[in-house]
Design a binder for this molecule. Structure first.
Ligand code: HXC
Ligand code: NAP
Length: 300
């Protein structure tokens, strides 16, 4: 990200300690960088411990400050609790959480196995709840304020053909956020969500656009009313706005940032209806090769 494009003053987040799940790569890494630049202490987690360590070192070398990497699988409630024990005891209470970690791949729903469904739902639906519950409970017990931002998709409003486990799980998280915004407002806790359109990242492009036309579909802004994809600083500015002091009365909202793509064309994968067996098989092979490559780097 070009940090000169941040909208906010230096030091805006100097009293914040924020955990970004999946902060070692992609959008999570961009948000971690933005919060760091604005003065926050940032914690990042993922299953590839080495990737998180490299990201933390890279960002601190660039900007100074403090980025703490954690190897943690958010599908495992005990691992979440252990990580948060360590954060609270060694560093102090978090002030913010960004639920960014996710798993996804395109597939015809009739081709999904139960394990395929679980692979996504266990990260997005269950893992996001475990994390929010663990941290929210600590905030309530410690009587400290806190703010949660969840990264969703626009499919929560109109469905996600060919990404059904992700669409279902993200829609569930949206309802969790809306519910807790009301239930836990009395404890000084806030819950807002961001629904991004396409912001090309390796993790997304390799799983949602593994075919030859994928780049045109996802990475070039084709079909977007603004004729382009999102720029990272735009997403980071929105996340910083929601987490930073000064926006406390914003609670229970889900904000799309997609160049109006969802309004124009649905912003989902309905165009894949014309794919045949051969295209689906090739996509699956390509996606599974990416999965295996990433899995080899997991440390938890
Ligand atoms: C059908 C598939 C498949 C595919 C995997 N599976 N890929 N089925 N089509 N393309 C099936 C496998 O066959 C297996 O089922 C089951 O899923 C579990 O596979 P594993 O590889 O063992 O899963 P796991 O190690 O748990 O990895 C989780 C993952 C992986 C979700 C599959 O992709 C991952 O770790 N992703 C993290 C990063 C990521 O997805 N980033 C993208 C975020 S983009 P069987 O029955 O064969 O055993 C995003 C939205 C973007 O979220 C929105 C854009 C607008
Ligand atoms: P990405 O780089 O693949 O990010 C996903 C991150 O989640 C990875 O760092 C991954 O790290 C982590 N993760 C996955 N499973 C995990 C687990 N069980 N425990 C801990 N961490 C886990 O993809 P991205 O594009 O940046 O996506 C980030 C978020 O934005 C996701 O919520 C995605 O749905 C959302 N989004 C993206 C776009 C887009 O266009 N890019 C659009 C809409 C929404 P490990 O593999 O090391 O665990």
């Amino acid at each position: 990200m070009d940090v000169s494009q941040l909208m906010f003053r230096d030091g805006l987040m100097k009293d914040e300690r924020i955990l970004v799940t999946g902060g070692g790569t992609g959008l999570g890494k961009e948000m971690a960088e933005g919060f760091l630049k604005l003065g926050a202490e940032v914690h990042i987690c993922g299953r590839r411990g080495g990737v998180c360590e490299e990201t933390a070192a890279e960002l601190m070398e660039k900007h100074g400050g403090k980025v703490v990497p954690h190897a943690c699988d958010i599908r495992v409630a005990e691992a979440i609790s252990d990580m948060n024990d360590e954060i609270w005891s060694k560093h102090g209470a978090l002030t913010g959480l960004v639920n960014n970690a996710a798993g996804n791949f395109i597939s015809r729903t009739e081709d999904l196995s139960v394990r395929g469904f679980d692979a996504i739902a266990n990260i997005v639906f269950r893992g996001t709840f475990y994390m929010t519950h663990d941290i929210g409970t600590r905030w309530i017990q410690g009587k400290t304020k806190g703010s949660v931002v969840s990264i969703l998709t626009t499919w929560i409003w109109n469905g996600g053909p060919f990404v059904v486990p992700s669409a279902m799980s993200k829609a569930g998280v949206n309802v969790m956020m809306q519910s807790l915004a009301v239930e836990w407002a009395r404890y000084g806790l806030r819950f807002n969500s961001i629904a991004p359109g396409p912001f090309p990242t390796e993790g997304m492009s390799k799983r949602l656009a593994p075919d030859a036309d994928g780049a045109q579909r996802m990475d070039s802004g084709g079909g977007n009313p603004m004729g382009r994809v999102g720029e990272m600083h735009e997403l980071v500015n929105l996340a910083a706005f929601l987490l930073a002091p000064g926006a406390e009365y914003v609670n229970g909202q889900t904000i799309a940032i997609d160049g109006a793509m969802y309004n124009a064309s649905g912003g989902n994968f309905s165009m894949l209806t014309n794919w045949g067996d051969e295209q689906w098989e090739a996509a699956k092979q390509a996606i599974m090769a990416t999965n295996e490559k990433d899995k080899a780097k997991r440390t938890v």
